[in-house]
Design a protein around this ligand. Structure first.
Ligand code: FAD
Length: 493
C-alpha cells in the first residue's frame, strides 16, 4: 500500500527510523525526513547494548564499514565504580556467569562455596568480564557455556550521518527547516501536514515524531501527557566533554558514582566521551562541570555540553497517526545504555504494524503496551542501581537508599534476598545474569541458596570452580588486545 511517511527530526532516532523504513517498508511508500540545523540534536549517546548489531544486520550494514564510519569500538561490559560503597567495583558483562549444574543456576554453587574461594569473584566465571578487565576483545567462542554478546561504543553524530547517507541512497527525501505549524484533520484530529518556516508544506499519512525532548507532534500537538519518574530517578542534568582517545582502549564503558550522580567514560577510536549525570538539587552546573574536568585532569577537548532532562515517558507512544520514537517518547538516563535500544524496538514494532491502515485500535493498544513494558522494566533496573547503594557520604545516596520503589522491583529484590532466586517471568530486556551482576555487585547478600548447591561436596565444588575459572583466565589471556583488533579495523570477516 502506498503511504506517505513523514519523519520530524534528524537525530539518532530520526535517521535510524528513515534508514530502517527505506530498507524494510514497501517500495511504494514515500519517506520524507525534516530536520533543523538551527535546532540541532542532543549530541550525546554513545554506548549501546548488543541489540544494535541486529539492527545493523537487518539493514545489511557491514561491521567494518560501520566501525570506520562511526569511529566505534567494541563493548563487552559496563564497569560500575563506587556504586555499592565508595570502594566497590563490579562489572555488568553481556554474558552469564558460569553455567547451571544439574538444573541449578550457577550462582547458587558459587555463593555456597564463596567462603572457601575469597579470591574468585563472580567475574572470574565470565569470559566477557575476563576479556574486559584485561582490555582484550575476541568474538565469542562457539561453546554455549562460554558465550557472550558484544555491542559498540560509537560516535552518535557520525552514526546519524552514516544512516543519512544510507537512507538518502535508498530514496528518503531530506528537508532542511524548522517545523512551525502542525495541521490536524477537523473530524478526528489526526495529523495531516507540517509546515516549515520557509512556507514549505509536507503532507503525510503517517507521522513519526523524532523531534527529541520537544515532542513536537505527540506531546505538543496531540497532547499526550508526560509521566515523570523523577521521584525514582532524581538526576535531571548532564554535562558532556570529550577528551583524547585512551591508549589502552578499554572494551567496556565505565560508570563512576559521584556524590550526587555519576560519570561516564566511553572509549572511541578518535576520542573519549565523558560526562557527568547529576541532580540539580544537589550540585550546580558549574560545580558538576568542574568535577568532571577534575576527573579528566583538565584533558578535555572543547567546551562542555550541558543537557537538561527529566526521567519518564509519555503515557503512550502511538496516538492517532503519529508514533513517537526516541526522546520524544521518553527518557531514561544512560546508566545501562538503553536509549538506542528503545529507539530500535519502536522502529521494529512500527514496521511490524505497518501500514497502520483501517481501524487499528488493537494494534495501537498492543504497540503502546509493548513500549510501556519496555520502558517500565528498564526503569526498574535503573532504580535498582540507585536504591541498592550502601553509601553514607551524601544526602543524595542516603535518600536513594531510603526511597520507596515500584512494587514490581521491591518484590524482585525481596525474592533474591530471601532465596538467591532471580525472578525471571518479567525481567524484560535485562535477563537473569544482569540482575545477578547488579544485586551482588552492589552488595546484596541472600539469606539462603538452593539446597541442592549446599548438598554438594564442598571440596569437589571448590576444585571444579577453580578449574572453571582457570580455563576462562587462560582463554582470555590468549585473546588479542582490543587496541590491536581496532588497529586492524575490527574483526576479520
Ligand atoms: P535529538 O537528538 O534531540 O534530535 C531531535 C531532532 O529533531 C533534531 O534533528 C532536531 O533538529 C529536530 N527538531 C526538533 N524540533 C524541530 C522542529 N520544530 N522542526 C524541525 N526539526 C526539529 N543513548 C544511548 O543509547 N546510549 C548512551 O550512552 C546515551 N547517552 C546519553 C547521555 C545523555 C546525557 C542523554 C541526554 C542521552 C543519552 N542517550 C544515550 C540518548 C540518546 O542521546 C538519544 O536517545 C538519541 O540521541 C536520540 O535522540 P533523538 O533523535 O530522539 O533526539
Amino acid at each position: 500500500m502506498s503511504q506517505r511517511v513523514v519523519i520530524v527530526g534528524g537525530g539518532t532516532a530520526g535517521w535510524m527510523s528513515a534508514a530502517a523504513f527505506a530498507r524494510l517498508l514497501p517500495s511504494s511508500c514515500s519517506i520524507t525526513l525534516v530536520e533543523s540545523e538551527q535546532i540541532g540534536t542532543v549530541g550525546v549517546g554513545e554506548a549501546t547494548i548488543p541489540h544494535i548489531r541486529y539492527f545493523n544486520q537487518l539493514l545489511g550494514i557491514e561491521e567494518r564499514e560501520f566501525l570506520a564510519a562511526t569511529q566505534a569500538t567494541y563493548k563487552l561490559a559496563i564497569e560500575f565504580v563506587g556504586w555499592g560503597d565508595r570502594s566497590s567495583r563490579y562489572l555488568h558483562p553481556f554474558s552469564a556467569f558460569g553455567s547451571d549444574i544439574e538444573g541449578v543456576d550457577f550462582h547458587h554453587y558459587w555463593l555456597a562455596a564463596k567462603e572457601r574461594l575469597p579470591h574468585l569473584n563472580l567475574d572470574a566465571f565470565s569470559l566477557a568480564s575476563q576479556l574486559a578487565t584485561s582490555d582484550r576483545f575476541a568474538p565469542p567462542p562457539p561453546y554455549a557455556d562460554l558465550g557472550y554478546g558484544y555491542a559498540y561504543h560509537l560516535d552518535a553524530s557520525r552514526y546519524a550521518l552514516f544512516l543519512r547517507r544510507y537512507a538518502e541512497q535508498r530514496g528518503v527525501a531530506r528537508c532542511e527547516g524548522k517545523v512551525e505549524r502542525v495541521e490536524q484533520a477537523h473530524d478526528d484530529g489526526r495529523i495531516t501536514a507540517v509546515t516549515l518556516e520557509s512556507g514549505a508544506r509536507l503532507e503525510g499519512d503517517l507521522f513519526i515524531d523524532c523531534s527529541g525532548f520537544r515532542s513536537l507532534l505527540l506531546g505538543k500537538t496531540l497532547g499526550v501527557t508526560f509521566e515523570s519518574w523523577r521521584h525514582w530517578l532524581p538526576c535531571d542534568r548532564a554535562v558532556a566533554m570529550a577528551s583524547d582517545p585512551l591508549d589502552h582502549l578499554p572494551s567496556y564503558t565505565r560508570s563512576t558514582a559521584t556524590l550526587s550522580g555519576w560519570q561516564w567514560r566511553i572509549p572511541l577510536q578518535h576520542r573519549t566521551g565523558n560526562g557527568q549525570v547529576y541532580a540539580s538539587d544537589c550540585v550546580s552546573d558549574d560545580e558538576a562541570s568542574y568535577q568532571l574536568a577534575q576527573a579528566l585532569n583538565s584533558q578535555s577537548l572543547g567546551e562542555p555540553n550541558f543537557i537538561r532532562f527529566e526521567a519518564g515517558r509519555r503515557a503512550h507512544s502511538w496516538e492517532k497517526n503519529c508514533v513517537a520514537v526516541g526522546l520524544s517518547s521518553g527518557f531514561l538516563e544512560p546508566l545501562e545504555s538503553t536509549s538506542i535500544y528503545l529507539i530500535q524496538m519502536a522502529i521494529i514494532k512500527c514496521i511490524e504494524f505497518f501500514p497502520f491502515a483501517g481501524d487499528f485500535t488493537m494494534s495501537r493498544k498492543a504497540f503502546n503496551r509493548w513500549m510501556e513494558l519496555e520502558y517500565d522494566r528498564v526503569r526498574d533496573f535503573l532504580i535498582l542501581h540507585y536504591h541498592l547503594n550502601r553509601r553514607k557520604d551524601s544526602e543524595f545516596w542516603r535518600s536513594c537508599a531510603a526511597m520507596s520503589i515500584p512494587d514490581s522491583l521491591r518484590e524482585k529484590i525481596a525474592l533474591f534476598r530471601e532465596s538467591a532466586i532471580i525472578q525471571h517471568y518479567d525481567h524484560g530486556l535485562f535477563a537473569q545474569p544482569s540482575w545477578l551482576a547488579v544485586y551482588l555487585g552492589q552488595g546484596l547478600r541472600p539469606d539462603s541458596v538452593d539446597s541442592r548447591a549446599l548438598a554438594y561436596s564442598p571440596s569437589v565444588m571448590v576444585s571444579s570452580l577453580e578449574s572453571m575459572a582457570a580455563r576462562l583466565r587462560h582463554l582470555a589471556k590468549a585473546a588479542p588486545l582490543h587496541r590491536e583488533v581496532m588497529g586492524r579495523g575490527g574483526l576479520a570477516r
